[in-house]
Design a protein around this ligand. Structure first.
Ligand code: ATP
Ligand code: MG
Length: 446
């Protein structure tokens, strides 16, 4: 993409309404525009990051054997009357009446609808296990939308639902979700710690929230610092192997890690003092096992191998896709702007032309652009007639992890400059070496 042809409405001033860094930076970098309280347009740069995150979520869900689909945003109220939640859900639910006077709602979540789909089509234990998910907009009429996309009213969420014959199978589904979530966040350059949580209005006994440690988080968390040393890395995982998957969950759930809702001082006191930490955290996901809470009242049953009708065991599992955009920025920025992890960056590399209009410099930028594209990378080329300082400031603000600077002085000796946004370190390299270097850096992310 050439910046001169892109739509990147960066702001010079710091917007007064934004209280936290991610909100400020998303507005300044021209990623979002607020349309009403807690409702945002995703401008091209923000949209790109949102789509990158969505793609990683899809890939890791599919790898775990979960099946993508799409349910609508609007739902009939009658489904929610069956589960009893239409009245329970309260003012967070946006209720709508259509022209025929039928009660509808903008879905805050999809347990009822997925249970309705299941009961319409699945009748035998032979069709289990089954996990379906979608990534769709949700609406919750939050009393205090704030922090930009972190607590919106309309937000983008992955929600998945497992259907299993019994508790043991459902717990394997639970574990599979935990491991696939760990991989998902790691690929985004994030550390999200699974913490024992409270089940709240959805109900159920087994639940973990995934929290990113950040001063601006809304939750108070307590943990054994040993958990922050754990990494999945690129280990091969067989998601059908119950013991292997359970073993990984055990690794991550053995060190103490809880939110304030389940925190227990007595248990925490057993952690060696130097490793006892408390901090703030951003909830970027949650997994639940809730058994037959929906399948029983809604009649989602299968015939087991003895011919008995049994209600299926379910769980639901969510990732805050749009919240993650903010959470990643909270975890990765400095005073000059965003610092995108390679896994989610909107463009892989920025090209800064220091002498726009100089035939040789322009040609070098063009050929670099072509070579990067041919290598499967997506460059953003700042080809505007702007001072170098302004171009650098824009690149720092929008946070591309790598920048190539091209100027007449370097070209005399056949080099360009490759700079890391994170460390600020630069290296002078021949253009083709810079391309090869970037290809290597992004090898695990393309
Ligand atoms: P919270 O406690 O932050 O209100 P929740 O526990 O009600 O969230 P879940 O029902 O667990 O939310 O939804 C799954 C994920 O969706 C959450 O972990 C969070 O990342 C995201 N999410 C929930 N509410 C919002 C919101 N208002 N804006 C953006 N993302 C949200
Ligand atoms: Mg939650």
């Amino acid at each position: 993409m050439r910046l001169s042809r892109y739509f990147l409405p960066v702001l010079k001033e710091t917007p007064a309404e934004a209280q936290i860094a991610s909100h400020r930076l998303m507005l300044r970098a021209g990623m979002i525009k607020q349309q009403a309280a807690g409702i945002y347009s995703w401008l091209p740069l923000g949209f790109k990051v949102l789509k990158r995150i969505e793609q990683i979520v899809h890939e890791e869900q599919i790898r775990a054997g979960h099946i993508p689909m799409l349910m609508p945003t609007l739902q009939p109220a009658d489904l929610w009357r069956e589960s009893g939640r239409y009245d329970d859900y309260g003012e967070e639910m946006l209720r709508i009446t259509d022209r025929h006077g039928r009660d509808m709602l903008y879905g805050p979540t999809n347990e009822e609808m997925i249970t309705d789909i299941f009961r319409a089509h699945v009748t035998s234990y032979k069709d289990l296990p089954l996990t379906l998910y979608h990534i769709q907009w949700k609406f919750r009429d939050e009393i205090r939308p704030r922090f930009g996309v972190m607590r919106g009213r309309e937000f983008f969420m992955k929600d998945g639902y497992n259907f299993d014959l019994d508790y043991e199978n459902a717990m394997h589904a639970y574990n599979r979700h935990m491991v696939s979530y760990l991989r998902t966040y790691e690929r985004m350059g994030l550390q999200a710690i699974p913490m024992r949580a409270d089940s709240g209005p959805i109900g159920g006994d087994n639940t973990h929230e995934f929290l990113v440690l950040a001063d601006t988080g809304e939750s108070e968390v307590f943990y054994d610092s040993a958990i922050t040393d754990l990494r999945l890395g690129d280990r091969a995982i067989d998601y059908d192997d119950w013991d292997e998957v359970a073993g990984i969950c055990k690794e991550w759930t053995t060190p103490y890690a809880r939110t304030d809702e389940t925190h227990d001082e007595a248990v925490f006191a057993e952690v060696p003092e130097a490793r006892r930490k408390s901090s703030r955290g951003i909830e970027v996901g949650q997994i639940f096992y809730f058994g037959t809470k929906y399948s029983e009242p809604m009649g989602a049953t299968v015939q087991d191998s003895d011919g008995n009708k049994v209600a299926v065991h379910m769980g639901s599992h969510g990732i805050g896709v749009s919240r993650l955009v903010g959470a990643i920025i909270e975890a990765s920025h400095d005073e000059n702007g965003i610092i995108w992890p390679e896994g989610v960056t909107p463009f892989h590399v920025g090209i800064v032309n220091l002498r726009q209009g100089d035939a040789e410099t322009d040609a070098a930028c063009e050929s670099l652009y072509t070579a990067l594209t041919a290598a499967g990378l997506e460059p953003l080329y700042d080809d505007r007639e702007e001072r170098a300082g302004a171009k650098f400031a824009t690149m720092d603000l929008i946070g591309l992890p790598w920048r190539i600077t091209v100027g007449p002085r370097g070209l005399k000796t056949g080099v360009v400059e490759l700079t890391s946004r994170r460390t600020g370190e630069s290296e002078e390299l021949a253009p083709e070496v810079a391309v090869a270097r970037l290809k290597e850096i992004y090898a695990g992310h393309l």
